[in-house]
Design a protein around this ligand. Structure first.
Ligand SMILES: CC(=O)SCCNC(=O)CCNC(=O)[C@H](O)C(C)(C)COP(=O)(O)OP(=O)(O)OC[C@H]1O[C@@H](n2cnc3c(N)ncnc32)[C@H](O)[C@@H]1OP(=O)(O)O
Ligand SMILES: O=C([O-])CC(=O)C(=O)O
Length: 461
C-alpha cells in the first residue's frame, strides 16, 4: 500500500484497515486528490536523498537477454515476487479475495474494487465500489463512429487487432489530449489522465463485446448497458452469457487477477513507454494491446487451449500420464514452446493459475469436464518433463495454462477471442500506472542502447 495515509502494508490491512474505512463514500478522484500530493513528496525525497543509491549492476547478459531481472522502472500498483507471485499494493490474491467487495449476489473480486485498490492503494468500501460501478456503467456506451468503425472491419481480422483499433480510435474524445492542446500545467495532467482512464475502462466491455458479436454472432442484437450492474456483469451480458452466473463469476475473478503484473511485462511496459511521450491513455493502451497479442505473452491463453484440444484429439479418451508426457516431448522436440508454462520472473506455479484452479475445484460440473481434467493432468506431468528437458528456468504453469478451459466449458469456445478478455483486464493496471506516471511527473523513457562494438569496447576498458 502507499506508505502515507492510513495504510502502509498488507500487515496493516489485515489489522482491520478495511473495517476502518467502512463509512467512506468518497469518489476515486477524491481519494487520489488526498494521496497524490503525499506520493509526489515521497518521490521528491527519494530522488534528492537517494538518487545515487545503487539497486543492482547492469551486465552484458541484461543487455542481450531481454533485460530479465534488471531493475529499471517505477511501477506503483503491484510487485512480483519470483516465488510468491503477485501482490497488489502488498495484498496477495487470497488477501484480495477476502478484502475486496464482490458483486451483489457474487463472491469473486470485481474489476471496480481491484481498480480502486490499484489506483489508490486503499481497499474501497462497499459504497465506494458500487458508486464506481455506477459511474462506469453510465459512461459505458460507445460513440456511434466507433460502432461503425468496428462494424466495418472484416470478421476475419483477429479480435485483438480489432480491439487495438477500437481503443486507439476512442482517443477522438481524449480529454487529456484536448487539455494538452489547450496548454494545461504539468501538475494537472493526472486529472485528465484519470478522466480518460475511467472513460476507456467504462467503454471496454461494449467495444470487446461488439467485436465478439460481429465475429461470432453477426446480426445478433446487443443488449443495453444495465446501470445497476458491475463492469464485468455488463460485459458478460453483452457477450450473450448474462444468464450464466458461474461464467460471470469466473470472468469477474479472471479480469480482476489479470489486471496487473508489475511493470516489466511486455504489455505494461509498452503502455508505460508510449505514455511517457505524453501520448494519451487510449493510444498508450492500444499499443499495450499489441504487445499482449503476442504468443509468448497474452496470446498464450489462446495457444494453450488450441494445444490442449490438439492433445485431446490426438490421444482420445482415457488419457494416461505417459501419453501426456509423450505429447509434451513431441511438442518440445518439434522446437515449439509448451504454452502456459514458464515465466520471465516467476519460479513457482503462478498464484493466478492456483486461484483459477481453485475456482474449478468448487464446481463439480467443471471438475467433470474432460478439457478441465486434461489441464489438471497436464499440470501433474509437465513440470517434470520441462525439468528433464532442462531449458526453461521455470517449469511451472503460468496463468494462461488454466484460464481458457473454463471459458470453453461455459460455451465461450472461440479461443481467438480469449486474449480480448485479457485485454479488457490489463487496462486496470496499465491505466493506473498511466495516471500515476503523470501525477509523479515521470519523464520520457529513453534508456541507452549499445551496439556489439560498443559493448566490446566497454569490456576492454
Ligand atoms: C500472461 C503471460 O504473459 S504469462 C507467459 C505466457 N507465455 C507462455 O506461456 C509461452 C510459453 N512460455 C515461454 O515461451 C517462456 O517461458 C516465456 C516467454 C514466458 C518466458 O521466457 P524467458 O524468460 O526467456 O524464459 P527462460 O529464461 O526460462 O528461457 C530459457 C529457454 O527455455 C525455453 N523455454 C521457456 N519456457 C518454455 C516452455 N514453456 N516450453 C519450452 N521451452 C521453454 C526458452 O524458449 C529458452 O530457450 P532458448 O534458450 O532456446 O531461447
Ligand atoms: O509478468 C509477465 O512477464 C507476464 C505475465 O504473467 C503477465 O503480464 O501477466
Amino acid at each position: 500500500m502507499f506508505r502515507s495515509g492510513a495504510v502502509s502494508s498488507a500487515r496493516q490491512f489485515s489489522r482491520g484497515f478495511a473495517q476502518r474505512r467502512l463509512a467512506s463514500t468518497k469518489t476515486v478522484r477524491e481519494v487520489l486528490e488526498e494521496v497524490v500530493p503525499q506520493q509526489q513528496l515521497r518521490l521528491k525525497q527519494l530522488k534528492t536523498e537517494h538518487g545515487q543509491a545503487v539497486l543492482g549492476d547492469v551486465k552484458v547478459e541484461h543487455v542481450v537477454g531481454g533485460m530479465r531481472g534488471l531493475k529499471a522502472m517505477l511501477w506503483e500498483a503491484s510487485v512480483l515476487d519470483p516465488n510468491e507471485g503477485i501482490r497488489f499494493h502488498g495484498l496477495t490474491i487470497p488477501d484480495c479475495q477476502k478484502a475486496l467487495t464482490p458483486a451483489p449476489g457474487g463472491k469473486e473480486i470485481i474489476a471496480e474494487s481491484m481498480f480502486w485498490l490499484l489506483l489508490t492503494g486503499k481497499v474501497p468500501t462497499e459504497a465506494e465500489t458500487r458508486q464506481l460501478s455506477r459511474q462506469l456503467a453510465e459512461k459505458g456506451d460507445l460513440p456511434e463512429f466507433i460502432e461503425k468503425l468496428i462494424d466495418s472491419l472484416p470478421p476475419t481480422l483477429h479480435p485483438m487487432t480489432q480491439l487495438g483499433i477500437g481503443v486507439a480510435a476512442l482517443n477522438h474524445d481524449s480529454k487529456f489530449q484536448a487539455a494538452y492542446e489547450r496548454g494545461i500545467k504539468k501538475s494537472e495532467y493526472w486529472t485528465y489522465a484519470l478522466e480518460d482512464s475511467l472513460d476507456l475502462l467504462a467503454r471496454l466491455p461494449a467495444l470487446a463485446a461488439r467485436i465478439y458479436r460481429n465475429v461470432y454472432n453477426p446480426g445478433k442484437p446487443l443488449p443495453k448497458i444495465n446501470k445497476d450492474l458491475d463492469l464485468v456483469g455488463n460485459y458478460v451480458n453483452l457477450l450473450g452469457f448474462g444468464d450464466n452466473h458461474d461464467l460471470t463469476e469466473y470472468l469477474r475473478l479472471y479480469i480482476a487477477i489479470h489486471g496487473d503484473h508489475e511493470g516489466g511485462n511486455a504489455s505494461a511496459h509498452t503502455s508505460h513507454l508510449v505514455g511517457s511521450t505524453l501520448s494519451d491513455p487510449y493510444l498508450s493502451y492500444a499499443a499495450a494491446l499489441y504487445a499482449l497479442a503476442g504468443p509468448l505473452h497474452g496470446l498464450a491463453n489462446q495457444e494453450v487451449l488450441r494445444w490442449q484440444m490438439n492433445m485431446q484429439k490426438e490421444l482420445g479418451g482415457n488419457i494416461a500420464p505417459q501419453d501426456i508426457k509423450d505429447f509434451l516431448w513431441k511438442t518440445l522436440k518439434s522446437g515449439q514452446v509448451v504454452p502456459g508454462y514458464g515465466h520471465g520472473v516467476l519460479r513457482n506455479p503462478d498464484p493466478r493459475f492456483i486461484a483459477l484452479q481453485e475456482f474449478c475445484d468448487t464446481r463439480p460440473e467443471l471438475l467433470a469436464d474432460p478439457i478441465v481434467q486434461l489441464v489438471k493432468k497436464t499440470y501433474e506431468v509437465a513440470p517434470g518433463v520441462l525439468k528433464e528437458h532442462g531449458k526453461t528456468k521455470n517449469p511451472y504453469p503460468n496463468v494462461d495454462a488454466a484460464s481458457g478451459c473454463v471459458l470453453y466449458h461455459y460455451g465461450l469456445t472461440q479461443f481467438k477471442y480469449y486474449t480480448v478478455i485479457f485485454g479488457v483486464s490489463r487496462a486496470l493496471g496499465c491505466l493506473t500506472q498511466y495516471v500515476w506516471s503523470r501525477a509523479l511527473g515521470l519523464p520520457i523513457e529513453r534508456p541507452k542502447s549499445l551496439s556489439m562494438d560498443a559493448i566490446e569496447k566497454l569490456i576492454k576498458q
